[in-house]
Write a protein that binds this ligand. Structure first.
Ligand code: UD1
Ligand code: CA
Length: 457
């Protein structure tokens, strides 16, 4: 196998997106388009990756990091001009170079590998990844001669009526003999409707030199989608979503209604977990086996162990143990750490709180900036009073504590191991272990008080 190089085109502004965000950074299922492309390329055996950056150069660079080298295209004069910027890094090297657009997020490593193989088998100087699609509007068309050999690529805007009828399109991915590519690039002109230096023109140039030019047609049409506007972005999102859902289902996850289940690219889910409709699972979330998520749960970057249930709830950047029961209608805010067998019931909000094994907050509570031990029962309507308008303070609730309903724990405060707090208490001082603390007004009953009032009946 010869050396392999990759050039990723990511310098364009993406005018048709009408966006402040540079096109290739628009996310598809939570990951920027160009990152999808690089991740797939990274699954291949590639010696050097060069990304062409221009608009949003620093942002693209910090997104992709050190996996790629970078070449700056200061003005965007077209895709051929873009590849030319990699000259100082790649020209002169022997091997095969794959060129991929940063706006084709659905391209798969397997297809690129097949393209490389086809290119090598045919001993071609250039091989285009093509597809036959029903509506080729906007794409470059593959023009073949009478014997069926590729002659050239014509851009939609430059195409004649007859050429526009061609359904076989240029997906924007190609393999080239590296040296032949850079030699041909010097011959590309910008004599066309858009006044740009087109990379596809390299095909005709090589062909005229008598070089072998080949095409490899993919059957997976999804992969060919080039995202130029928000309509195509939504289409890419839909296709990527069903690809992700299908992968989980094949791995043994039940997704009750894939059409209403939104799982981002890097999420991991264990076997026999069931995802109910309307669930959105994002970021670096890892879910164990035998869990039940949803209906209508939103989870972002959480680690969730086996056998946990999260119904109609939201959880962000937290760790959640096994056998935990959350919801319906609970809110787990960032930096919470919930141990095994905990119950967080309806209308409970947790923020930056640790919950020990088997503890419960079953109804209507706010527990923020708190360390809750194991075996604790937090009664309905209890809250940690963690904020004085300026600073946040910690509440410590040690193991086996019982907090009666509707208690206020004014932080900083510690409730010692095994203590009881009577319902309706406002606790402002530490409670020693095993103590009963009652902090509420005494009840006064005034006998026959109502009769003494002169209310007219
Ligand atoms: C391109 C192809 C077209 C193909 C289609 C597939 C050309 C001239 N046309 O058209 O044949 O069917 O992709 O999706 O190549 N870019 C730069 N620098 C530039 C111009 C573009 O880096 O000067 C980058 C863009 O950021 C983008 C990619 O190249 O990621 C493709 O550019 P775009 O303008 O989207 O090309 P299309 O019109 O879609
Ligand atoms: Ca495009």
């Amino acid at each position: 196998m010869s050396n392999r190089y990759a050039v990723i085109l990511a310098a364009g502004q993406g005018t048709r997106m009408k966006s402040k965000l540079y096109k290739v950074l628009h996310p598809v299922c939570g990951k920027p388009m160009v990152q999808h492309v690089v991740d797939q390329i990274n699954r291949l055996n590639i010696d050097e990756i060069v990304t062409i950056i221009g608009h949003g150069a620093e942002k693209v660079k910090s997104q992709l990091g050190e996996i790629s080298q970078y070449a700056l295209q200061e003005v965007q004069l077209g895709t051929a001009h873009a590849v030319m910027q990699a000259e100082s890094i790649l020209a002169g090297k022997t091997g095969v170079t794959i060129v991929v657009c940063g706006d084709t997020p659905l391209i798969k490593a397997e297809t690129m590998e097949a393209l490389f193989r086809h290119h090598e088998e045919k001993k071609a100087k250039a091989t285009i990844l093509t597809a036959r699609i029903a509506d080729p509007t906007g794409y470059g068309r593959i023009v073949r001669n009478d014997e069926g050999f590729v002659e050239k690529i014509v851009e939609h805007k430059d195409a004649s009526e007859a050429e526009r009828e061609i359904k076989e399109i240029n997906t924007g991915t190609y393999c080239f003999d590296n040296q032949a590519l850079f030699a041909a690039l010097t011959k590309v002109s910008n004599d066309n409707v858009q006044g740009e230096y087109y990379l596809p023109d390299v095909i005709e140039i090589l062909k005229k030199q008598g070089a072998v030019v080949s095409a490899y047609q993919t059957e997976d049409l999804d992969e060919t989608l080039g995202v130029n506007d928000r309509v195509a972005l939504a289409e890419a999102e839909r296709l990527m979503r069903s690809r992700i859902n299908e992968r989980h289902m094949r791995n043994g996850v039940t997704i009750v209604d894939p059409a209403t289940t939104y799982i981002e690219t890097d999420v991991e889910i264990g076997q026999d977990t069931v995802i109910f409709p309307g669930s959105i699972i994002r970021g670096k979330t890892k879910i164990g086996m035998d869990c039940q998520i949803g209906p209508h749960s939103e989870i972002e970057s959480c680690e969730i162990s086996d056998g946990t249930v999260i119904r109609q709830s939201a959880a962000f950047h937290s760790s959640i143990g096994s056998g935990v029961n959350i919801g319906p209608f609970a809110h787990i805010r960032p930096q919470s750490s919930i141990s095994d067998d905990v119950k967080i019931g309806n209308f409970v909000e947790i923020k930056k709180a640790v919950f020990g094994k088997g503890s419960k907050a079953s109804h209507l509570s706010y527990i923020g900036d708190a360390e809750v031990g194991s075996g604790v029962n937090i009664g309905c309507g209890s809250i940690t009073v963690n904020y004085d308008g300026k600073n946040k303070y910690l509440t410590k609730i040690e193991d086996d504590v019982f907090i009666g309903c509707n208690s206020n724990l004014v932080a900083p405060v510690t409730i010692g191991k095994g203590a009881y707090v009577a319902a309706g208490s406002t606790i402002t001082k530490d409670v020693p272990g095993k103590a009963l603390s009652i902090a509420r007004a005494h009840q006064v009953n005034k006998e026959n008080y109502v009769d003494k009032l002169n209310f007219k009946k």
